[in-house]
Design a binder for this molecule. Structure first.
Ligand code: GLY
Length: 374
């Protein structure tokens, strides 16, 4: 395999390697076969990715001697629900001959596919092995690593799910070339988040390459992905079930999720919402004397250089409800990260370090949201 980097997620017996490189899909059969003792692989993907990559992945699995099936479902977060889960599960259990516990699930796609296919793997026949093959930058640097699987419920995103670690993750930066415009920004926002919470040198790297990154050249993206995966792998290894430091990955997501929800999940992408959420959280941190205003300016400049928003006005399609501090405060109090209605904020204590605070006052939140209106 033409691997650039292999990063180990150290979770004892459940530990696994994340391979990051360029041109890995063609060779993926060998990796899949090593986790499919009864010679069957089931690729679960969505209607967008199926036409792009299901065939080459199935062919690679076939070359490695695997009997391979493909199951797809309609693309989009709105399909990450119990109904789709049920259809995919019935499709899996209806395969002929029936699959057994030696079958391997291959989750091929973005975050929605990884979450849903991972949850199918977690629950089919009381648990099948799966490998994650993310096809977006966002999934590669975030969701594909760490074992969070699940679907959305009427009451909120990701409310139904399980921790189920993959046996391997294979990230081929070459596939990111086909991402729709704007999709790369979703992943870049999470990369900036990683830099702020853990790694100031990653911020330097992103700053140095801010102009080149949106052009999505595979070797540069592979380098970026490897650095982010290494960081996320360390966080997950230290706190698999989010009892402590894994919550640091929620930096920017408290306000970000509220903005997305208030907008009805339209008119703003996840990355744009997280970018605004990070600016808001940085503003809270300055207000509490945790960091200097220069740190906020630096992160805002990086985000702008990556074409990510730093003010509501940078997202022209954003509905008025998503800019309303009272509406956002209401949604934050209902967030599953809140405890007894108290909003929990991840705030930087300097660039490269964060801590969780549960004493952020409504006035501080409101001031932070108002700062996004300037
Ligand atoms: N996306 C946050 C986490 O994996 O914990």
């Amino acid at each position: 395999m033409p691997v650039t980097r292999k990063i180990r997620v150290e979770l004892g017996q459940r530990g696994y390697d994340v391979a990051v490189g360029v041109g890995l899909l063609d060779e993926i059969g060998t990796e899949a076969a090593s986790f499919a003792p009864t010679g069957r692989a089931v690729i679960i993907t969505d209607s967008n990715v199926r036409g792009l990559y299901a065939e080459p992945v199935a062919a690679a699995c076939g070359r490695a001697g695997l009997q391979t099936h493909v199951i797809d479902f309609p693309a989009g977060e709105q399909h990450k629900n119990l109904a789709t889960y049920g259809q995919v599960m019935e499709g899996l259990l209806g395969l002929a001959p029936p699959i057994d516990r030696g079958a391997l699930i291959v989750a091929l796609g973005g975050g929605v596919v990884g979450d849903l296919a991972g949850f199918v793997a977690a629950t089919a026949l009381r648990g099948l092995d799966f490998i994650n093959v993310p096809t977006t930058l966002l999934a590669g640097v975030d969701a594909a690593v760490g074992g969070k699987t699940g679907v959305d419920a009427r009451g909120g995103k990701n409310l139904i799910g399980a921790f189920h670690q993959p046996r391997a993750v294979v990230i081929d930066a070459a596939v990111l070339k086909t991402l729709p415009a704007g999709e790369l920004g979703n992943g870049l926002a999470e990369c900036v988040k990683h830099a702020v919470i853990r790694d100031r040198s990653l911020l330097d790297f992103i700053e140095d390459h801010a102009e080149a990154l949106p052009a999505a050249e595979p070797p540069l993206l592979a380098e970026l992905i490897a650095r982010n995966v290494a960081l996320k792998a360390a966080v997950v290894a230290g706190d698999e079930k989010e009892a402590g430091q894994r919550a640091h990955l929620n930096f920017g997501h408290t306000v970000g999720h509220a903005v997305e929800a208030a907008a009805g999940y339209s008119g703003i992408s996840h990355g744009q919402a997280v970018a605004l959420g990070m600016v808001a959280a940085l503003h809270v941190a300055v207000g509490r004397g945790l960091i200097e205003p220069a740190a906020v300016r630096r992160v805002r400049n990086v985000l702008s250089a990556l074409s990510l928003p730093v003010r509501f006005a940078d997202v022209p399609g954003l509905p008025a409800s998503a800019r309303d501090p009272e509406r956002l405060a209401e949604i934050m109090a209902r967030d599953k990260k809140a405890r007894a209605g108290v909003v929990r904020f991840v705030l930087p204590t300097n660039l490269g370090n964060v801590a969780v605070f549960d004493d952020v006052t409504p006035d501080q939140v409101s001031a932070a949201v108002r700062s996004l209106r300037q």
